[in-house]
Design a binder for this molecule. Sequence first.
Ligand SMILES: [Zn+2]
Length: 384
Amino acid sequence: MTKKDSLHANSVVVYWHDDILAHNTGSGVFEDVPSPLLAFQEPHPENPTRILNIKSVLEKGPVSEHLLWKVGRHATESELLLFHTKTHLENVRSGDLSGPVRLDGAGTVVGPGSWNAALAAAGTGVVAMQDILDQQARIGYVLVRPPGHHAQPDLADGSCLFNNIGVAVNHALAQGLKRIAVIDWDQHHGNGTQEGFYDDDRVLTISLHMPHGSWGTNHPQSGAIEEVGRGHGTGCNMNIPLPYGAGDAAYSDAFRQVVIPVIDDFEPELIVIACGFDSNQFDPNGRSLVTMSGFNRLCQQSRALAEKHCDGRLLLFQEGGYAVTYTAFCAHAAMEGCLGRGSTLKDPAAYYDQPAPGDTRSPRDILDMWRQEVARSRKKYCGN
Ligand SMILES: [Zn+2]
């Protein structure tokens, strides 16, 4: 096997840029503004620490020998304009100069350093995409912040300034690709990516998410099943809202029973993953109870899909994930899944197993079982 073959088959190229750390989101009540009622505020959940911890576990964990690190670059204005409006660029830039401000009136903070960080995140995604197109990498992981999947062409939203995936996908389309699938398993609906490609039959967007619905004027999309695309893009957007507490089995089953058949029909030339880890079992911003094992499985399923349709080309973008320590272990499990193997690190927080897939007891069943148990106990101890 040549060195190039080895790199392709058994490695993930991780794309990084130090400027992503300059984006300072401050502190408050989780992602909300500080409260004068509190003695101590907490850091905004979208902060450098979570990304630095991912980097640390990937550099020190057993998967490290299979990772190749590459430094990205800032996006150019013309690259950003592949997805965003000029007005949106100016809004982000002016926030950097005058901030901190909250561009969506909620948790999306922009201040000094944010512009360079957002440029680095988007540009590093373009570098990764170009490497995939040039066959310099087969599997890539863009480890950047701020995240991107809520950013719409002319709106910042949900801690996202530029849609890193949207910019990179449009870069690939401009290079001649005809069909790209974006699978988003971040805990939240990938509304920005959906919006950017809603009329486009070249890009299939699929989002698995908790059913949080719309939130505020910067997030009008609902994430409902009924949002299927528009015009030529009809049938090229799929939303898969999963119930709160869905867990590993529900995500894997949704992937197997829903995502895979739709991807098989679309036959993409490239699969892009909006890889949020905020569906993990300890995330303060999620409710879905996915474990390291669950993310590992999703990545193994994605790799298999990429091998089936795309000569193995698979590009992951870091999105959410706010449990400062556990997220990093999920990322390690994900990278091993991308390599086609199980997770070798012990789950540091697996306090309880996932519910058995066959356990379908309803609340009524539990009530009946409890009554039977009480009757048995009474007979044993009281004789009646
Ligand atoms: Zn999220």
